[in-house]
Write a protein that binds this ligand. Structure first.
Ligand SMILES: Nc1ncnc2c1ncn2[C@@H]1O[C@H](COP(=O)(O)OP(=O)(O)OP(=O)(O)O)[C@@H](O)[C@H]1O
Length: 454
């Protein structure tokens, strides 16, 4: 099988170009030749090249190698990531040392054996690949650390609607189909996305998450597509975007319904072309990712209202999974309560905690607007607060009296407002963490902030 790389041979000797091309063509997808270094600059700005085989002496009769060194410097200035192998007919060690100092990676002495040429190019190509992987891994490491902090556990469910969802997952997980997960806040969309990835062929490559709801328009391109050094004042080094980091694995586009129309267009064109161009670069880099998107927004009505692009929706929704709210799968409430009770009992070293049947019934009758996340936080709070070994409904459920009375409900709003403010302050303005603590999704938190003018 051919390697994906692009090898460029620059030499004014037609025979050298011909032979090198013949040798390399069978092993690399793209092999180009160029007889004049004068065309190098425009070529490098236009195309993505991995390795250049560069002649040391261009003018006939010139043997100083200065020309080669001049072009080497030029290449490195245009693109420091191109690997340059110097090609010399004279085997001048001094010159070879000089060119290595200027950034050449290796050198070949003409006339070379075909095997020697191929093995040198192969070694350099492997080096290029592993360096690219290091860059990708660095990006992936930071993305994954964030995810590990988020701590996603087991998927618990026995209700009928969830069995349907699980059967759907069984069918689609192993394919590369784009998946759109719909559902209210806290229904487990991210957990399902992770489950799909875990059961896919791409599980070893990792799932990279992007929180599109928290990504400001100004950072969108750099974050998603990456940037090259110098693209901004503080772009100190080349950085791959999320698409490149996720290459080979899955990309989880959370809160996709929150993208502005401009961001939607950019996202669509990248998904269509299956390639990204880093900010500050003009070269497109191909990627291979499986896209899983999620949102709590009503995408279809949004398409009708012109707020969401229909063509983008069709790109992401090859398979749609709708997660029912917790109030429509009451059977799971009991199971999840016991699961969280055990989990937090262990975490806070309060073993043997119990929930009575009567309490289970009360929990099942509550509407759980924040769905599973609300239940999870409610149980955690109850475990922390309880003094008895039996947890009562009042420990878990929000206080009913306050909800029933209208005049009081105004006060509830006051309480809510100050609770929201406190949570935001506590987390130093980190809205995701504040929302988490409040047991609500970020979108709900934004709405509340708007309502209370925070
Ligand atoms: N079936 C389940 N079994 C166990 N835990 C669950 C289940 N579903 C959700 N959870 C837990 O509930 C919490 C919320 O789930 P998740 O973050 O996946 O919801 P979401 O729909 O993505 O939320 P949002 O829309 O607010 O981003 C997580 O801690 C998750 O582990």
């Amino acid at each position: 099988m051919k390697q994906k790389g692009h090898i460029l041979i620059v030499d004014d000797d037609a025979d050298v170009l011909h032979t090198a091309r013949l040798v390399l063509k069978g092993h690399y997808e793209q092999v180009s030749t160029e007889s004049s270094p004068l065309r190098l600059e425009s070529l490098l700005r236009r195309e993505s090249v991995d390795i250049i085989l560069l002649d040391m002496n261009f003018k006939t009769g010139a043997t100083t190698g200065n020309e080669g060194l001049f072009w080497l410097k030029k290449i490195k200035a245009i693109n420091p990531h191109v690997y340059v192998i110097m090609n010399t007919a004279y085997g001048d060690i001094q010159l070879a040392v000089e060119s290595m100092k200027l950034g050449a990676v290796d050198f070949l002495v003409k006339p070379w054996e075909k095997e020697k040429l191929l093995s040198t190019v192969n070694t350099v190509y492997q080096l290029a690949l592993s360096n690219r992987n290091v860059e990708k891994l660095k990006g992936r490491e930071s993305a994954l650390t964030q995810d590990i902090d988020a701590g996603y556990g087991q998927l618990v469910s026995e209700s009928e609607p969830m069995q349907t969802v699980l059967a759907q997952i069984d069918k689609v997980a192993a394919t590369d189909a784009s998946i759109l997960i719909l559902g209210e806040n806290g229904t487990g969309k991210e957990l399902i996305a992770r489950e799909i990835h875990r059961r896919s062929q791409r599980r070893d490559e990792g799932l990279i998450k992007v929180d599109l709801g928290a990504l400001p328009e100004s950072l969108f391109e750099a974050e998603m597509f990456g940037h090259v050094k110098g693209a901004y004042t503080d772009a100190k080094e080349d950085r791959p975007g999320r698409f490149e980091i996720a290459d080979g694995g899955s990309l989880f586009l959370d809160e996709i319904g929150n993208l502005s129309i401009t961001m939607q267009s950019k996202m669509l064109s990248v998904l269509q072309n299956r390639s990204v161009t880093r900010v500050g670069s003009s070269k497109a880099v191909a990627f291979d990712v499986r896209v899983i998107s999620a949102t709590n927004q009503p995408l279809y009505p949004m398409v009708e209202a012109g707020l969401f692009r229909q063509d983008l929706l069709y790109r992401i929704n090859t398979v749609e999974i709708e997660l029912p709210p917790l109030r429509q799968r009451k059977q799971d409430i009991r199971l999840l309560s016991l699961y969280f009770l055990k989990e937090y009992g262990e975490k806070y070293q309060k073993s043997g905690l119990k929930i009575e049947e009567r309490t289970h019934r009360q929990l099942a009758n509550y509407t759980w607007p924040g769905n599973i996340r609300e239940l999870q936080h409610a149980i955690e709070r109850a475990v922390i607060m309880c003094d008895e070994s039996v947890i009562a409904a009042e420990d878990i459920l929000p206080q009913r009296k306050a909800q029933q009375n209208e005049t009081r409900s105004l006060r509830v709003e006051d309480v809510e407002k100050s609770t929201v403010i406190r949570a935001i302050e506590k987390h130093g303005g980190n809205l995701s963490k504040a929302a988490d603590e409040l047991g609500m999704g970020r979108t709900t938190l934004y709405r509340k902030m708007k309502k209370y003018g925070i």
